[in-house]
Design a protein around this ligand. Structure first.
Ligand SMILES: C[S@@+](CC[C@H](N)C(=O)[O-])C[C@H]1O[C@@H](n2cnc3c(N)ncnc32)[C@H](O)[C@@H]1O
Length: 783
């Protein structure tokens, strides 16, 4: 290979690395392209290697498709999957013991009998002598990148390269996001990828449905009685032709002259035009977003340009409250609605006697919307069947395909053009601020944020959206919205816990005694007069109401235990695995573990039906959730898109089931990663005598996890509480951690729980984060 082409290869690799693609992945695709293009590098390098990137994405997608078609669908409620030997085990003896990764069956005989000893049976005498506030059940540790690279590609669902975290510079991230969405849209005109974001190799999810904003056939009746009708022809389906926009669109008038010549022929006439005027409604300081109307006033017009306040008010009243960011293409409809408001607000009220006249006649007719893919223009084409048309006909939306500068700073480039196609630069600062404020406030309503790069330091002007980060693995789609520039979280979504390697968790029907199930039941256990054996765990009363919520009394006592553990007693390990791990295997004094109330759900050995009211968490997430970027420095957070009542199940904490030993290994390998994701399954530690490290379990959602990995901490006042739930195993050793609301939670309120971190404990190998929970009772005093 010539030296020149060598450096071009390197450059291509580097360009793709930004998107998270390793050389191994890029190489075969690049080779194919070179063959295809007869070694014409220019074609490959054009547009920042767009062809190459697109080909890689395609090739990865087809690989994924192939792979998923080969995979068997797991059965409902199947045991956690055993992923043997994902990590190389170094010299650790426990790991070496299980080097071959025992299969589910062979592990069975090695099961340790974990007695069902109640924690309440454990003496709490030592309570008073212990200086305990809250047990640190949310551990602070993480894999180190170095550790991740040791993942074996044979057994792991992802290859070695998959696990490399690609650290993008801010500019890279910006560029990545824009380019990938740009490319998708450009090449395919594919509206299903409207807000596709950074596509790391291990892509989280795509927007997959083809839902489009309902801009067709809507009718807008102004309060004053003037009707402005929007009835777009079905013959011109928006969804088929529109590109996706992850930038705000600009609204411009159409080319009046062209429209005049095309549509004014019969009734309208050019002489009617008395003057023309342009109104720049808004633009960001650097001109990334501009919105303006250009109109001509005709002598007999029913239209008077409205005040902007009137437009904004109307916009707020009519649309903003109902905006849902989850609508693909919402920016398009946002802008369109702004046009509508402008028109409606400006349409003059006529008295009953006043004849309708002029070309802005109230006689309105369906118009069509057409997307001009060549010029990236949206045209509102008038229906001239009866010779009249309306102002909206003169409005054209001109989204400029987003481009970016070398610095990657400009991802939004929407221009206003005047009738002659000349760019309009006038920015009206006040109006801009108003619009931005309006849009920003609508973000609170889960809508859109148009962010100027100068309006707030460190924030970039970008918005992106992923329709379902669970990739269809949950009943409900779980969206992700990012108003600022942040690289997407890199993890593999799993809806159920999976065993990492050494954890002995076996779901054996044979181990479920008759006392721990209700084989004689049928139908719904909740509707029976006498509660069945499964209610035994909760004192002979089921924890759930028939409506699927937690019963008040049960919830109240769980909250009380969590807030005031000392009042309810703690249990103490003889030799605490947690303290051992802190002190590098030197036995440490246990600081106590909360005595938890468990829920026991009916399961496979029970006779009841799948719809039994005592099966809640096993049915999965039942509320629409969304991951969003918090504004107060906590990173990503989780919120629900609708109001939740008190006691509602939200989701469970899903991750890899790892042993204390494995966690310790991860801990020691960990560089100080910003966010940490392990949670202890320590509810029964105190009752298990001396618990060996390989017996103590925790869930680590760092690399494999579900939506709960995004729930942030709040000291004492979390609106969620974690409750241990037994489903498959009745021994308190392995259990599920389920989150329930502690109070009514409003839609879009951040969901939080108290991790139970002791911020004063500086002995932990991983430093606690600086708590920004904002709670009045925040435990992080900085000491
Ligand atoms: C389970 S993760 C929660 C999701 C995380 N925010 C993210 O972006 O992935 C836990 C991490 O979130 C951050 N975090 C959670 N609650 C916080 C709080 N109250 N203040 C500051 N950081 C917080 C910490 O970095 C913590 O290690």
């Amino acid at each position: 290979m010539a030296p020149n082409s060598k450096s071009r290869v390197t450059k291509a690799f580097e360009a793709m690395k930004v998107f998270g693609y390793s050389e191994t992945v890029v190489k075969p695709v690049l080779r194919n392209l070179l063959n295809l293009y007869n070694k014409n590098w220019k074609l490959i390098e054009d547009e920042n290697y767009s062809v190459l990137l697109e080909s890689i994405i395609d090739s990865e997608e087809s690989k994924e498709k192939q792979k998923s078609s080969m995979e068997d669908e797991p059965e409902e409620n199947e045991p956690p999957l055993k992923r043997s030997r994902l990590y190389s085990q170094g010299n650790h003896s426990s790991a070496a013991k299980h080097d071959a990764g025992p299969s589910v069956d062979t592990c069975t005989s090695e099961l340790q009998p974990y007695g069902k000893q109640k924690m309440a049976d454990i003496t709490t005498e030592s309570c008073e002598t212990q200086d305990v506030e809250m047990k640190p059940r949310f551990l602070l540790n993480h894999h180190q990148r170095k550790g991740k690279k040791q993942i074996s590609s044979e057994a792991s669902p992802v290859s070695e390269e998959d696990n490399d975290i690609v650290v993008l510079s801010d500019d890279d991230k910006q560029e990545t996001r824009i380019l990938s969405s740009h490319l998708k849209l450009k090449k395919r005109g594919d509206t299903s990828r409207l807000y596709s974001a950074v596509k790391p190799k291990r892509r989280l999810a795509y927007s997959s449905s083809l839902e489009e904003p309902n801009v067709m056939g809507s009718t807008d009746v102004s309060k004053e009685g003037a009707l402005v009708e929007y009835s777009f022809s079905d013959a011109m389906p928006l969804s088929d032709t529109l590109p996706g926009f992850d930038v705000p669109l600009a609204v411009v008038p159409s080319d009046l002259e062209r429209l005049n010549s095309e549509h004014l022929g019969t009734e309208g006439n050019k002489e009617d035009a008395t003057n023309s005027s342009r109104l720049n409604i808004a633009s960001t300081p650097n001109g990334e977003v501009k919105l303006s109307f250009v109109y001509k006033i005709y002598s007999s017009s029913d239209f008077c340009p409205p005040s902007l306040d009137a437009v904004f008010k109307r916009m707020e009243e009519k649309y903003m409250k109902s905006y849902r960011f989850s609508q693909p293409g919402f920016l398009l409809s946002l802008m369109e609605n702004l046009c509508k408001c402008y028109l409606t607000a400006g349409t003059r009220t006529r008295t009953a006697n006043e004849p309708s006249a002029g070309i802005w006649s109230q006689k309105l007719h369906p118009v069509g919307v057409r997307y001009d893919a060549t010029n990236h223009e949206l045209h509102f084409a008038p229906d001239t069947s009866n010779g009249s048309f309306k102002l909206s006909n003169l409005i054209k939306i001109l989204p400029q395909i987003p481009t970016f500068t070398a610095s990657g700073n400009r991802d939004i480039m929407c221009y206003m053009v005047d009738f002659n196609g000349t760019r309009i630069n006038g920015a009206e600062k006040d109006n801009t601020n108003k619009l931005l404020k309006l849009l920003a406030s609508s973000t609170m309503n889960n809508s859109v944020l148009v962010q100027s790069e100068h309006s707030s330091p460190g924030l970039r002007n970008s918005v992106y959206y992923i329709e379902d980060i669970s990739n269809g693995q949950e009943e409900h789609k779980i969206s992700l919205i990012n108003a600022f520039s942040h690289v997407l979280p890199v993890f593999k979504y799993i809806p159920k816990n999976v065993i990492f390697q050494n954890a002995y968790v076996k779901f054996l029907l044979a181990r479920i005694s008759d006392d721990s199930c209700c084989s004689n039941c049928s139908g719904d256990c909740l509707s029976q007069d006498i509660p069945c054996a499964c209610a035994g765990e909760t004192g002979g009363e089921f924890a759930y109401t028939s409506g699927g919520l937690l019963k008040e009394k049960f919830l109240e006592s769980c909250i009380s235990m969590s807030c005031e553990p000392q009042k309810h007693g703690l249990v103490y390990c003889q030799d605490c695995p947690l303290e051992r791990s802190k002190n590098n295997s030197v036995s440490g004094l246990c600081k106590g573990h909360l005595v938890r109330k468990f829920i026991k759900e009916c399961w496979h050995k029970c006779g009841c039906s799948r719809g039994c009211g005592n099966r809640v968490i096993q049915r999965g997430i039942a509320v629409p959730l969304q991951v969003f970027m918090t504004a107060d420095g906590k990173g990503w957070g989780l919120r629900a898109l609708e109001d939740l009542p008190r006691g509602a199940f939200v989701c469970e904490y899903v991750g890899e089931i790892v042993t204390n030993t494995e966690l310790y290994e991860r801990n020691t390998q960990t560089a100080s990663e910003r966010h940490t994701y392990p949670v202890l399954l320590d509810a029964d530690w105190g009752s298990e005598g001396v618990l060996k490290d390989e017996e103590a379990l925790c869930l680590d959602a760092t690399y494999y996890g579900n939506i709960a990995r995004f729930i942030n901490h709040r000291c004492y006042e979390g609106n969620l509480i974690e409750i241990p739930v037994e489903v498959e195993t009745p021994d308190h050793h392995y259990y599920h951690i389920a989150f329930f609301t502690t109070r009514k939670v409003n839609a879009l309120e951040e969901l939080t729980w108290d991790y139970g971190i002791d911020f004063t404990d500086h002995t932990h190998p991983v430093k606690a984060f600086k708590c920004c929970c904002g709670s009045k009772s925040c435990r992080d005093t900085g000491l």
